[in-house]
Design a binder for this molecule. Structure first.
Ligand code: NAP
Ligand code: MG
Length: 494
């Protein structure tokens, strides 16, 4: 599978050590030949077309999935409306919480099955779907289950109501986790939902539909409609949707905002990012290297909050880049089902082409490129971990989100210059700071225009901690009490 760094003389190979492959079994996963839409508590046929979802690491089709038309979306919205009036808005918070606890426990019980399916459908390494996506998805349901009967304490002296029917559209990079981020707070607050997963990664949302049936959630509380952009647009345009929540590109986010504004519809947008990862000369370098690696190569860099712009202090830049490149030589690219794999497949052909295009643009504008000596599998969509140095602020690769395993490097001399460069971006989702000096961390954190800031760590998530951006990274927060508040409307009180 070409998942080893065959050349390049990495430290491990100098000692003659090689990893044996450790492929996770797929026997737990039962993928059906085709899937209907999950509407009103059951899988139903769509009124029209269907499409294939494939395994991006092999290009082999996995299943055929229904494409929901606007009539199908209408059916789903009607089911959500009836369910809202009939069951969900009347239910006590404690009872709603019970359902959320049950979903969380089922996710834990079936975690391996979900993790393998997530890896098959999306290409991410099994160690990530197993150790990050699944535990966090369950944690979001547990966390919000706990809030369901305590909303009056979360927002005291206010009269609050759910919005009603919520339309939710999610991307392909964390398919199940993004579904959990969206569904859990919506349900905890008493809303019913129509959710659309991304076209390339619908399967874990459809497996979640099975869980939803197994826990006897009243029919219509969660409806899952698969499809592409047009299906998403049908949700956005539906006149009886009372709130919208979207995670995806800034481009589509702007379209949705235009539509929502016309109808004065409550909206949260989680969009793209181009996060600065700032390394000061006094940082603990070994830890910082690991932080930078995790920051950009986690999930092949398909992460909105990825630390994709490395800003390193000039005095340590040469040494730091040298050590970083040695570390990159040790990363294992290949079969996502291998438990040793660090970097899996790129999610789709379209995304691979976009990464390639941007890196070529960077080279044309004068950047120097570093790629390790790893070999890539022949079939499937692959991109090696890549570092671009000699990048200027005006270069496309410094300004546009690449959304792949590509790190762009710039240097700075003073904290003021680091701050200036860090904030010089249309985005504002996340940022990272590495220094041993607490006062410098506070000085930077106060001035960085980013919704999430990590210091001496990166990519740490918790359901209690709100996540979201500024500027073109969107608005609204997910997680914590801030995220909860977005699913309630104020009808009185303070
Ligand atoms: P995208 O095209 O915006 O897609 C996101 C979702 O919206 C998908 O389900 C997509 O359907 C759907 N969609 C596409 N066109 C639509 C339309 N006109 N109306 C309504 N829905 C529509 O984004 P992507 O390229 O797939 O995903 C990568 C982007 O998402 C990156 O820019 C990344 O930064 C961002 N992202 C942000 C966060 C965050 O939390 N801030 C998290 C993850 C990703 P399809 O299934 O057809 O694509
Ligand atoms: Mg797929």
């Amino acid at each position: 599978m070409g998942n080893s760094n065959s050349k390049g003389g990495s430290a491990l190979e100098d000692f003659g050590i090689e990893y044996a492959s450790a492929i996770e079994s797929t026997s737990l996963v039962n993928i059906k030949d085709n899937y209907g839409l999950f509407i009103d508590g059951d899988f139903v046929d769509s009124s029209g077309k269907s499409f294939e979802t494939l395994d991006p690491s092999t290009e082999k089709p996995l299943s055929v999935v229904s494409e929901a038309s606007s009539e199908d979306v209408d059916r789903a919205v009607q089911a959500a409306r009836v369910s809202y009036e009939k069951y969900w808005r009347k239910m006590t918070g404690a009872d709603r919480g019970r359902y959320l606890f049950r979903i969380a426990r089922h996710l834990q019980e079936r975690a391996r099955e979900f993790a393998v399916l997530e890896t098959l459908d999306g290409g991410k390494p099994i160690k990530e779907s197993r150790d990050v996506d699944l535990p966090l998805a369950a944690a979001h349901f547990f966390y919000h289950a706990g809030w369901a009967d305590k909303l009056e304490y979360a927002f005291p002296q206010r009269e609050l109501e759910p919005h009603g029917v919520v339309g939710q559209i999610i991307p392909w990079n964390f398919p199940l986790l993004m579904a959990a981020w969206k569904l859990a707070p919506a349900l905890a607050c008493g809303n019913t939902v129509v959710l659309k997963p991304a076209e390339t990664t619908p399967l874990t949302a459809l497996l979640l539909a099975e869980v939803i049936r197994d826990v006897d959630l009243p029919p219509g509380v969660i409806n899952i409609v698969t499809g592409a952009g047009e299906t998403g647009s049908a949700i956005v345009e539906h006149p009886e949707v009372n709130k919208l929540a979207f995670t995806g590109s800034t481009e589509v986010g702007k379209l949705i905002q235009r539509s929502a504004v016309k109808r004065n519809l409550p909206l949260t947008l989680e969009l793209g990012g181009k996060a600065p990862h700032v390394i000061f000369e006094d940082a603990a370098l070994d830890q910082a290297i690991e932080g930078v690696i995790n920051g950009i190569f986690f999930n092949q860099g398909h992460v909105c909050c990825a630390g994709s712009r490395l800003l390193v202090q000039e005095s340590i830049a040469e040494n730091f880049i040298d050590r970083l490149q040695k570390r990159i030589e040790l990363l294992r690219v290949g079969n996502p089902l291998d438990k040793n794999t660090d970097i899996g497949a790129i999610n789709s052909k379209a995304q691979l082409e976009r990464i390639d295009l941007l890196v070529k643009a960077g080279i044309e504008e004068g950047a120097e490129v570093f790629k390790p000596s790893c070999s890539l599998p022949e079939k499937g969509y692959w991109y090696p971990p890549t570092v671009l140095t000699g990048v200027q602020q005006s270069h496309r690769v410094a300004r546009e989100e690449i959304f792949g395993p590509v790190l762009v490097v710039q240097t700075f001399r003073t904290p003021e210059e680091a701050l200036e460069k860090a904030n010089n971006t249309p985005y504002g989702l996340s940022a990272g700071i590495w220094t041993e000096k607490g006062s410098l961390i506070h000085w930077m954190a106060e001035r960085l225009r980013a919704g999430v800031i990590w210091a001496n760590t990166f990519n740490k998530f918790d359901p209690a901690s709100p996540f979201g951006g500024y500027k073109e990274s969107g608005f609204g927060r997910e997680g914590g009490m801030h995220g909860l508040g977005a699913y309630l409307k104020n009808t009185g009180g303070r």
